[in-house]
Design a protein. Structure first.
Length: 294
């Protein structure tokens, strides 16, 4: 997918996708308004169902629960075989991808180093993809999808606290592409995320916000990751981006990097949007260092 295609998806989603857009005030949006876009029901915890999956190396469970929209959310929890209380990393996949891609990229390598993981399919992805839906995300639902999926992960954070095999005080996050955008937002609004690796992420929304109709500016602000990333501080964040990436280009990446506060680290890799294995390994090593082993 070309960079312009991704920008078009997001812009169209902002323009067409929300019936709830309010008239936005001029200037930077208030943090209280941004955070309110990701409120969720804490009084009625989701009923998570966990079904074991056969795996020779790790404990693997298929998860399902109903979110506030009445949709069934599907996920996978992975941890080492040995009984114990493990740190856990949330895994957020990219546009048109699925939870399995993040399990292979991050989940199993993390389990090999003594760290559990939980990956969800974003709305309209993976097991949540509608049978008659096109292979790519419909533009008008992009913004709504971001908000819904971030709220789903907040429910998942509640669930992790209930697990005897998870140390809920040591929760990390790894996001890839769209998952890095969502991960910026999630980490900003929920301080239970203690460290975040954001791979090939950026903010393609910010540059176009000023040109959007005033009536949808608040929706644009609510899915612009650079409006949230500063609120991750003082928790650490690592950005990994490709120098030749034409999907999330240098300008979009730097918009997000520059908005973040310390402690932050930025790694530029000689690659495009698909990072090489050694760059992914850098992210895994960093998470292990920040969260610690079992």
């Amino acid at each position: 997918m070309k960079c312009q295609r991704l920008l078009t998806v997001i812009a169209a989603g902002l323009l067409l996708g929300s019936a709830h857009a309010q008239t936005g005030a001029k200037g930077e949006p208030a943090w209280s308004d941004l955070k309110d876009a990701y409120k969720y029901d804490t009084k009625s915890p989701a009923d998570f169902k966990a079904e074991p999956r056969e795996d020779k190396e790790y404990v693997v469970e298929h998860l399902s629960f109903s979110n506030s929209k009445g949709e069934t959310v599907h996920g996978t929890f992975t941890r080492p075989k040995e009984a114990g209380k493990y740190p856990c990393v949330l895994l957020l996949h990219g546009l048109t991808s699925n939870k399995e891609s993040m399990i292979q990229m991050f989940g199993k390598p993390l389990a090999a180093k003594g760290i559990a993981s939980l990956a969800l399919d974003a709305e309209r992805h993976g097991e949540r993809r509608q049978a008659n839906a096109p292979p790519s995300i419909e533009p008008m639902v992009f913004a709504s999808m971001v908000q819904t999926t971030v709220k789903d992960y907040r429910l998942a954070l509640d669930y992790l606290k209930s697990r005897a095999d998870v140390d809920s005080s040591r929760i990390g996050l790894a996001g890839y592409s769209m998952g890095a955008m969502m991960g910026s937002i999630l980490s900003g609004v929920d301080d239970r995320v203690k460290a975040a690796v954001l791979c090939v992420g950026g903010d393609p929304v910010k540059a176009m916000s000023a040109n959007l109709p005033e009536a949808v500016r608040s929706m644009a602000a609510s899915v612009s990751p650079s409006n949230f990333i500063a609120h991750v501080s003082p928790r650490p964040v690592l950005f990994i981006n490709g120098k030749q990436d034409v999907i999330v280009n240098g300008d979009a990446a730097k918009t997000l990097h520059d908005a973040a506060k310390s402690p932050k680290e930025v790694i530029w890799v000689e690659s495009g949007h698909m990072l090489p294995p050694d760059a992914i390994q850098q992210g895994i090593t960093w998470l292990v260092e920040k969260l610690g082993r079992k």
